[in-house]
Design a protein around this ligand. Sequence first.
Ligand SMILES: [Cu+2]
Length: 295
Amino acid sequence: MNKQTKVWLVLVIALSLLALGSACGGGGSGTNAPKDGSTAGSAEATPYTGATGTISGVVAYNGTAPAAKKIDTTADPACGKANPNLMTDDTIVTDGKLANVFVYIKEGTVEGGKKVGDYSWATPSNAVQLDQKGCHYNPHVMGVQTNQKISITNSDQTQHNIHPTPQLNQEWNQTQANGAPPLEKSFNRAEVLIPVKCNQHPWMKAYIGVMKTPFFAVSGGNGSYEIKNVPPGTYTVVAWKEGGAKGTEKTMQVTVAANGSAKADFAFGEGAATTSTQPSLEMMPALVLPAVHKH
Ligand SMILES: [Cu+2]
């Protein structure tokens, strides 16, 4: 072995040791660094396990509601046959109460100081049903949790084409012939709300609210809604009604006690003074106090 070879050998061994050492060092320091995708300081989300309460209320419609209009279904005789008196359903008011309002906890702080969105909320294993019957979506407004299954069925003697148009989720549109098996779909990002149309029947509309939490409800025919299993805390509750490009929102601060039931009544229509803008937050409690409904 000549001198030059010896020098090379020493150099190679030295470099190898150096590489080994830095690899170990790198690995060691890596365990202390935040993992990709997680922000430093945010602990792993855990489920909420304590006592809960409910938020419930009634959604009113003040003034005269716009009259429902008959839908011209001549484009598809099967629709006219199945549903000869198909009416518009964007504002359904019965005895001054408004149906199909999506009410949800937008944000808030659970007793103890943690944000409601910082807990993990399990995805329900059951699928939510969306049926097409009489060339009409049923339900018209619905909520699901992220990644929860939506089972879409066609009960009509005609073909539909379901076409959600989300902003944050993946858009898709899919034909469903009569007698075709249910379509199983889900949305993986929270989005309130996703409009759904039918490429076959332009009057068909539905809205799907996708939430990370289970804290949402849709007002029924009597305007009432109930959000269950809410941890004690103070929340911003939003009521959303369709109409226009993005719908209309009413906002209210609601405090829920452990095992308590908080009331939050909303009003849309004429003279329903609130909008989703911040100043109305201050005004809302005073405005809603007299509107306590006893049944
Ligand atoms: Cu259709």
